[in-house]
Design a protein around this ligand. Structure first.
Ligand code: ADP
Ligand code: MG
Length: 206
């Protein structure tokens, strides 16, 4: 029996994270696994959802990248202490985004220094490492095309250049970390699902 079953789905906006989280939960239920907690970042607790709204709204003032960073980590700490840490031994936790998003968006997208992220990781005592990270890699032009009819939040309104930089950083980390499974999410959804199913199946039987 595995101790932890913490699965994270990552990728830029429009890569298919929500769709794939739904699919993972569908699969687990098909396999008669029902002790599942679904969450997302930023958010996942009452307070963290309030912080999510603060982050996603637009304002008539410049939203400092460091303010954004601190809010993201405040929300992550709430989620870790209230949901993830107390439940990780007993539940499958499926999260739409986790700390890899901070590396990709804050370092790759915003230009925050890596040492500042590392400091915050330590400061919030984030010692929970996911068992599987599925990174849905998509060309930003395709990702943004998929969400073009969505009522976009402040981050989703960022430029192609921004998402290109975010994607580059995702790939830089994922290519150097065997724990992160890269899926070509430019592919049609049934192919993506098949790959996700294989990853999940291998994890369960290992
Ligand atoms: N591989 C795919 N091919 C085509 N369309 C996709 C694919 N994955 C997701 N979609 C569609 O793209 C849109 C955005 O997907 P979503 O899961 O909401 O992405 P995210 O949560 O990463 O922003 C949805 O309409 C979804 O049905
Ligand atoms: Mg989503």
């Amino acid at each position: 029996m595995k101790l932890n079953k913490f699965i994270v789905v990552e990728g830029i906006d429009g890569s298919g994270k929500t769709t794939i989280c739904n699919y993972i939960i569908y699969l687990l239920k098909c396999w008669n696994i029902n002790n599942i907690i679904r969450t997302h970042e930023p958010g996942g607790t009452i307070l963290a959802e309030k912080i999510r709204n603060l982050i996603k709204n637009s304002y008539k003032e410049f939203f400092s990248y460091k303010t954004e960073l601190l809010l993201l980590y405040a929300a992550r700490l709430q989620l870790l202490d209230n949901i993830i840490k107390p439940n990780i031994k007993d539940y499958w936790i499926i999260s739409d985004r986790y700390d890899l998003s901070s590396y990709a968006y804050q370092i790759g997208g915003r230009g925050i220094q890596k040492k500042d992220i590392l400091f915050l990781q330590k400061f919030i005592n984030n010692n929970i490492i996911p068992n599987i990270v599925i990174y849905l890699d998509v060309n930003p032009l395709i990702g943004l095309q998929r969400i073009k009819n969505r009522n976009k939040d402040r981050i989703e309104k960022e430029s192609i250049k921004f998402f290109t930089n975010v994607r580059k950083y995702y790939l830089k980390i994922a290519n150097n970390n065997n724990m992160i499974k890269i899926i070509d999410a430019n592919n049609n959804l049934s192919n993506v699902k098949l790959l996700v199913k294989k990853i999940l199946f291998n994890f369960i039987k290992s």
